[in-house]
Design a protein around this ligand. Structure first.
Ligand SMILES: [Zn+2]
Ligand SMILES: [Zn+2]
Length: 152
């Protein structure tokens, strides 16, 4: 499968090649709300090698809970595109809302629901945690190897 997306102005394009839809989860923490200017952030965990980028990104490096996160955005329109973090080596965490067809992707987990905006009703059958789950529990929900949850 191939997933494509771009920033608002179209200068930077992202393409993901994967056997299946990569693990998608929503984070409702205050950082993600503030950073997205929205109710939650939609994160897609992809192998770094699967994420191709055309066009130059502007980066912002942030230290968070002992990890270093490098955020990539379009330098012109400032759309956030993806990040890399020492909490999830070899991965790129893609801001899935900028992908074509993202309306068809359903998150397999919701984290930091303690901060969830109260009007938002989550599907009860979807895995959810009030804060960050353990790497093992999170991996089980995502169907992948254990890794830290706060990969953003
Ligand atoms: Zn742009
Ligand atoms: Zn978050």
């Amino acid at each position: 499968m191939r997933f494509t997306g771009q920033c608002q102005c179209g200068l930077v394009k992202v393409e993901i090649a994967a056997q299946q839809l990569p693990a998608l989860y929503a984070c409702h923490c205050l950082n993600c709300q503030r950073w997205s200017g929205s109710s939650f952030a939609l994160h897609m965990l992809c192998a770094a090698s699967a994420v191709g980028v055309a066009g130059e990104t502007a980066t912002y490096v942030r230290e968070h809970q002992g990890h270093t996160s490098r955020q990539h955005a379009c330098g012109v329109c400032h759309t956030r595109l993806f990040n890399e973090t020492t909490a999830a080596p070899g991965m790129r965490v893609v801001r899935a809302g900028m992908l074509e067809g993202s309306e068809h992707f359903e998150p397999v987990a919701h984290i930091w629901t303690r901060r969830k905006q109260p009007w938002l009703v989550l599907p009860p059958a979807t895995a959810q945690w009030e804060e960050s789950p353990t790497p093992e529990a999170f991996a089980a929900a995502l169907g992948s190897q254990p890794r830290h949850t706060h990969a953003s």
